[in-house]
Design a protein around this ligand. Structure first.
Ligand SMILES: Nc1ncnc2c1ncn2[C@@H]1O[C@H](COP(=O)(O)OP(=O)(O)O)[C@@H](O)[C@H]1O
Ligand SMILES: [Mg+2]
Length: 237
């Protein structure tokens, strides 16, 4: 059974349709990337999966159950967590408060080790001395670690990351990629949006390319690596 199955998804904002035909799936324990130029519908897709946007048509299945039309808090309870574009850290809460604000034990069958504040700090030791600082005083890298830690503390089965390393320094990017590889080894399923194709080719199992709200290509890293045409046409590389 797939962890996530998106089928013929259509969505938009008011009268303006943005997603026309998005179909993709994430298998348990896989890292899947969603690639495409700016404005093609990556964030909209993730927000539909998370329940932040109600789709116009199509199917969304999570762990075998339809989640179409479900509200974000129910989708979160079911085991999906989003690390949003721009991080969306609560600026006036301390780092610790940001981390534990949405902490929750899973309400589904959960074989994996539970996430705790200590476990997040073991993964991102740099956050430990910053726990009492307000969210808005953290660096971009610290904020992204905070956003990932916050998502993990909801004990998800599927982690969605939007622009995972956008605007971060190279060492911090490396830390984020290593974190994702480590999470994969715990059997977490991950869907990641990012611009760093080289890193995604290493860390992800399969890739989808979105162009104007339609999935136009899918394949594994070897196929994408050798597909000069796809890279030129859809990714501008
Ligand atoms: N809140 C919004 N209201 C209206 N249009 C939006 C909104 N958010 C995004 N769009 C439009 O939807 C399209 C897809 O955006 P988005 O999903 O953010 O793309 P991506 O994440 O691939 O850059 C773009 O044309 C964008 O301008
Ligand atoms: Mg986006």
């Amino acid at each position: 059974m797939s962890m996530l199955k998106v089928n013929g998804l259509q969505a938009g904002y008011g009268e303006s349709q943005v997603l026309f035909d998005v179909s993709l799936s994430v298998e348990p324990g896989q890292i899947v990337s969603l690639l495409g130029r700016n404005g093609m519908g990556k964030t909209t897709t993730l927000n539909c999966v998370m329940g932040n946007i109600a789709p116009m048509a199509g199917g969304l299945e999570f762990a075998g159950q339809s989640i179409i039309g479900a509200k974000a808090h129910l989708i979160s309870q079911a085991g999906i967590a989003l690390v949003p574009e721009g991080r969306q850290i609560f600026p006036n809460l301390s780092a610790r408060e940001n981390l534990i604000a949405t902490q929750r034990a899973p309400n589904y069958d959960h074989a994996a080790e539970l996430w705790t504040l200590e476990r997040v700090l073991a993964m991102f030791p740099g956050l430990a001395p910053r726990l009492n600082s307000p969210g808005n005083l953290l660096s971009g890298g610290e904020q992204q670690m905070l956003a990932i830690g916050r998502a993990l503390l909801t004990n998800p089965r599927l982690l969605l990351l939007d622009d995972a390393t956008e605007g971060l320094a190279p060492q911090v990017r490396e830390e984020i990629w290593q974190c994702l590889a480590g999470l994969k080894s715990t059997n977490l399923s991950i869907m990641v949006v990012d611009k760093n194709l080289t890193d995604l080719l290493t860390v992800a199992d399969s890739h989808y390319v979105i162009e104007k709200g339609r999935i136009v290509w899918q394949g594994d890293s070897a196929a994408l690596q050798s597909s000069t045409d796809v890279k030129e046409r859809y990714l501008g590389i």
